[in-house]
Design a protein around this ligand. Sequence first.
Ligand code: SF4
Length: 248
Amino acid sequence: MGMKKEFWNPWHGCHKCSPGCLHCYVYYLDGLREVDASVVRKSKSNFRLPLKRDRKGNFKIEPGSEVATCFTSDFFLPEADAWRSEAWEVIRQRPDVTFLICTKRIERFLDCIPKDWGMGYENVILAVTCENQVKCEERLPILLSIPAKCKYVFVAPILEYVDLKPFFHIGGIDRVSVGGESYQDARLCDFAWVSKIYEDCKNCGVAFDFHQTGSNFLFQGKRYRISHFQEYSQAKKAMQYLKEMSKN
Ligand code: SF4
């Protein structure tokens, strides 16, 4: 059985800061509920979610889970400076789960870490999102220069092929995860870009996954509109096809 995936959003809301933010799903989904996503709010009920227990006294988030942290905001937003040390405290109290922290603001990282961070907490994966080559060049040197036990790169929403090989040669990237953009205005995700990044990862021994196709997907020269709920299964199918083809 795979690792259980959970979500923890200790705060919600964000500011657009990058080309990848143009059709941010937080803005889109909040817009449907007439909520202003640009107002950053601390969660009232779930700020300490990883420490919540059920009636039997067991943690609601099971040991061994991977917790996607702050996926409706950015963990390193300046607005969250006052709340972050308490969030780090929650993370310290759950060494039995892995927290995946994914940011577009990696330049703020060293100003935001707790004093005992050292070479990184064992239970934190630090991930940077880079949607195009320019953002890779900006953010990855910072990611590679800072201490963390495990580092991922999310190429999402992918806007073009990105050449990660120079960063692989420096070393320190544990996984690359690629995904397309969701919902009605989604920009194109060309599977040719995804395949090329997959080949680069394979050749350099870096783990790879294609987590979602996005809603506007170009596959073998044909454009597909994919419903949000099928993006994950279609990405899996596309990867199966690619792996089969590369065997022949
Ligand atoms: S950083 Fe992420 S959450 Fe924030 S606006 Fe950009 S895409 Fe949305």
